[in-house]
Write a protein that binds this ligand. Structure first.
Ligand SMILES: *Cc1c(COP(=O)(O)O)cnc(C)c1O
Length: 464
């Protein structure tokens, strides 16, 4: 199951790296006792078995995607050096690799002149973007949709910036009319446009938000932590396509290479369209930056120590899989989206289920039909468990019943939210596995719905 073939390549490239330091005088390092090391690693492997199989196509639950082997190995290779991209003294090669890799990411959005760097993840990247937003519009409100990532509210709290949510439409996208009304009341400094919500992959209507910026002059921060790479795909629906076509017009942006960019965790990226915001980071550390007149990434980052290994992994991955439309990388994203559309179609035409709305990216949310929202919620959990017993791993989510609007029929709306099933089909392999996933979901649903004492395939058509 797990790739081990690439380990032989690794041994060779580790020797190659070693040669770069051959002229140094030999020294005796504290070499570990091999038997003891192996023993501890055995125990580690055993502990790690207690995980869902995130790497396997039958893991179709949360946003989890295995890093590309080249990312894993480049990261490990850099570990023999353990560079720190805080400053050039700590990571000369990997700082250069970070600058190149980040420029390639910015290039996806058409940005040639920009400021940006890698950070620990989307949360840190958003923190930095909102910190800059707050410095430029002190005391003014940050707005984000009520489906935006929950950390925006919390980050605003950390930054002591006032934060408000804007309601969403029935497809989980920021309601532009509600936004326009809120803007008329004034005092808004920044609007966060989520380019692919974490729960449902819904894409906020960026063109309309940009039109409102013309009138009101707020900043736009695009949270594309999840969805950013979809800018390279060619099979988005009309609304999402229009939104992604304008993403380069945002003032700042966040994208997570550790979500769709095939990287190990610990790799987010923040980008600012105007490099001038770099002045806000100014500090007077007496010991960091005396080795050269060149830009140290630590000068434009809130975090200090950062793994150079993350930059090496990203650089290597993008060298193997360039970020281009029509590329192997883009095709991989398109396949996940195709898989999501295929699963949605099966759900939509099956009387046992109700899907919420067609996926805008590669995330499908659905629930079993039932007499009431609370019964559907109960059954969702049961199906989640029944599927897991068959090695099909889905996720459960708590979402507004509004998302099922139009499909609710006579279903008793005894709750505002519904516990539903959620499947993130983010691996290219998912496309080949949709039938298998559907079969396992189908038998799991039959087991649960059959036990409820109803004929499984003929749920009442007028209720969920
Ligand atoms: C995942 C996600 C985040 C948070 O990113 P982390 O890398 O988990 O810190 C923020 N916003 C969106 C839209 C996300 O999907």
């Amino acid at each position: 199951m797990l790739d081990r073939e690439s380990l032989s390549v690794f041994s060779e490239v580790a020797s190659k790296l070693d040669k770069g330091f051959a002229k140094l005088p030999a020294f005796q390092d504290e070499s570990p006792e091999m038997a003891r090391l192996a023993e501890v690693l055995e125990a580690t492997a055993e502990r790690l078995q207690d995980n869902y199989p995130y790497f396997h196509p039958l893991y179709a639950g949360q946003m989890l995607k295995p890093p590309h082997p080249v990312a894993r190995l480049a990261y490990a290779l850099a570990m023999w050096i353990n560079p720190n991209n805080h400053a050039l003294d700590g990571g000369r090669a990997t700082s250069a690799m970070e600058k190149e890799a980040v420029a390639e990411i910015a290039g996806m959005f058409g940005w040639k002149k920009f400021l940006g760097h890698l950070c620990g993840g989307g949360t840190m990247a958003n923190l930095e973007a909102l910190w800059v937003a707050g410095r430029l519009h002190p005391g003014k409100k940050i707005l984000a949709s009520d489906q935006a990532h929950y950390t925006h509210g919390r980050i605003s709290g950390v930054l002591q910036l006032p934060f408000e949510t804007v309601p969403c439409d029935a497809r989980g996208r920021m309601d532009v009319n509600a936004l326009a009304k809120r803007l008329d009341r004034g005092d808004v400094g920044t609007v966060v446009a989520t380019m692919g919500t974490t729960a449902t992959g819904s894409v906020d209507p960026l063109p309309e938000i940009l039109a409102l910026r013309e009138k009101h002059g707020f900043r736009i921060h695009a949270d594309a932590a999840y969805g950013g790479y979809f800018v390279l795909t060619e099979n988005l629906g009309g609304d999402a396509k229009r939104a992604f076509a304008r993403i380069g017009d945002a003032d700042s942006m966040v994208i997570d290479p550790h979500k769709h960019g095939l990287q190990p965790y610990g790799c987010g990226c923040v980008l600012f369209q105007d490099p001038e915001v770099g002045r806000l980071y100014k500090h007077d550390s007496p010991y960091t930056y005396f080795s050269s007149a060149e830009l140290h990434l630590g000068e434009i980052s809130l975090e200090c120590s950062r793994p150079g290994a993350a930059a090496a992994a990203l650089w290597a991955t993008q060298r193997l899989l360039p970020l281009k439309k029509g590329s192997e990388f883009a095709r991989g994203l398109e396949r996940g989206r195709k898989a999501a559309l295929a699963l949605f179609e099966k759900l939509r035409t099956d009387a046992r289920f109700v899907a919420a709305f067609p996926p805008e990216l590669d995330i499908v949310v659905f629930a079993p039909r039932a007499c009431s929202v609370s019964e559907a919620s109960f059954l969702s959990r049961k199906i989640f468990e029944a599927a897991a017993k068959r090695d099909l791993h889905l996720a459960v989510a708590e979402l507004p019943a509004l998302f099922w609007q139009g499909n609710l029929g006579a279903t008793k709306r005894d709750r505002e939210t519904i516990t539903c099933l959620r499947s993130v089909l983010m691996k290219p392999e998912h496309l080949d596995w949709v039938e298998r996933i559907w079969d396992l979901l189908s038998v799991s649903a039959d087991e649960v719905l059959g036990a409820r004492g109803q004929s499984a395939k003929s749920g009442p058509a007028n209720s969920i």
